[in-house]
Design a protein around this ligand. Structure first.
Ligand SMILES: Cc1ncc(COP(=O)(O)O)c(C=O)c1O
Length: 398
């Protein structure tokens, strides 16, 4: 089928929840993808920070092939070796003692919210309020949507789940003011992704952790977008010298296969007992076999070092554009999640469209261009991307 035939089929049969570009991606390898008409693109979107190892990484492909020939799915009524092994890998490499597996970021956050409530419910403490951040994004299911501090995602779905309060990101004083006797947890992204790549000041999380400890409430970190190596460390909170009580993961965890995970300390995880939470597909053999391959590759194949090195190079190249393109207000980020904020004189969506026409996949969130390539990207590919981006910027600014 061609791009336009696939687009027609989509509009006929698929619910209209996405603004899609008129191309259908049918093949991927490393940092390149191809559309149904055979056109090649350099990919700096990576399935929205999912394909952290690039498309169809051979180690992930091999693990999926082997697992698919052995056992694709089995119920959580039985033990699942790959699930237990992935949990061990994640807990050995983090603050956490236990993991719960699901299938997406929103589900991981649902599980985190439920665990926080249950933690205090079994202690008869009547704490159920969650404090989250303005401009945050935690997913589209109803509890995750209630936690998301952006009105535009919530309109039309009210009444939202009760007891969510929003405060400005990077403002510990605002969290302190919002805490009351009903507060269970603070839920926050280490770097806000969908909200425009917002990086907190270096001491924000140290102070926030101290505050949570003092108030006897839990700290939930949503690492769905910035975890799994995206910032140059396995988990973004490692940059800030703190650990949370609960952490959620998804996106890059299984090299492109749908998966979500919620990790917690042993004390907090103990609130979940048989029957309190579940997922039919959560932690199934196929997804967790892919997860093991992906996590091992991130840890063992120099991926974190490459992310930090090429991330620094990309940051410098984007900073360098500021002198010729005065509509660039700020470049910010860590590792390979970098935002380039534009002023009101130019539309990010127009730049994205112009880049697509030149064979470059880029993304923007409102006024911020977001660069989230695979963590395996090279400096030569960054140079290639900058070359294409400059042509697009020259075209759009006219
Ligand atoms: C920080 C964060 N949390 C949660 C989600 C939701 O994940 P999913 O779309 O897998 O439900 C996203 C998705 O972009 C995200 O960036």
């Amino acid at each position: 089928m061609t791009n336009s035939e696939i687009a027609e089929l989509t509009s006929l049969c698929v619910m209209n929840t996405y603004n899609r570009f008129p191309v259908a991606i049918v093949k991927g390898s490393g940092r390149r993808v191809w559309d149904a008409d055979g056109r090649e693109y350099l990919d700096f979107v990576s399935g929205l920070a999912v394909c952290n190892l690039g498309h169809c990484h051979p180690k992930v492909v091999k693990a999926i092939q082997a697992q698919a020939e052995t056992l694709i799915h089995v119920s959580n009524l039985y033990h699942i070796q790959t699930q237990s092994e992935l949990a061990k890998l994640l807990t050995d490499n983090s603050f956490a003692d236990k993991a719960f597996f699901c299938n997406s970021g929103a589900e991981a956050n649902e599980a985190a919210i439920k665990l926080a409530r249950k933690h205090f419910s079994i202690r008869n403490q009547g704490r159920y309020q969650i404090i989250s951040m303005e401009k945050s994004f935690h997913g589209r299911t109803l509890a995750a949507l209630a936690a998301t501090g952006q009105k535009k995602f919530q309109i039309g779905f009210e009444p939202l789940l009760e007891k969510f309060t929003y405060v400005p990101f990077n403002d510990v004083g605002a969290v302190e003011k919002a805490i009351n006797n009903a507060t269970a947890a603070v839920m926050v992204e280490p770097i806000q992704g969908e909200g425009g790549v917002n990086v907190p000041s270096p001491d924000y999380f140290i102070k926030l952790k101290e505050l949570c400890k003092k108030a006897g409430i839990l700290l939930i970190l949503d690492e769905v977008q910035v975890g799994m190596g995206r910032t140059g460390k396995l988990f973004a909170h490692e940059h800030y010298g703190i650990t949370p009580d609960i952490m959620t993961l998804a996106k890059g965890l299984a090299g492109g296969v749908a998966i979500g995970a919620m990790l917690a300390t042993g004390e907090v995880a103990a609130a979940f007992t048989p029957g309190t939470h579940a997922s039919t597909f959560g932690g199934n053999p196929l997804a967790t076999a892919a997860g093991i391959a992906a996590v091992k590759t991130v840890l063992e194949d120099g991926i974190l070092d490459n992310c930090a090195k090429v991330g620094g190079y990309l940051f410098k190249q984007l900073e360098g554009l500021k002198k010729d393109y005065t509509f660039i207000k700020e470049v910010r980020g860590k590792g390979l999640i970098i935002g380039m904020e534009l002023d009101a004189s130019i539309k990010g969506a127009d730049i994205v469209k112009a880049c697509l026409a030149k064979g470059l996949l880029l993304n923007c969130t409102e006024s911020t261009m977001r660069f989230i390539p695979a963590l395996t990207v090279t400096e030569a590919e960054v140079d290639e991307m900058i070359g294409l981006l400059k042509i697009a910027l020259d075209e759009v600014k006219k």
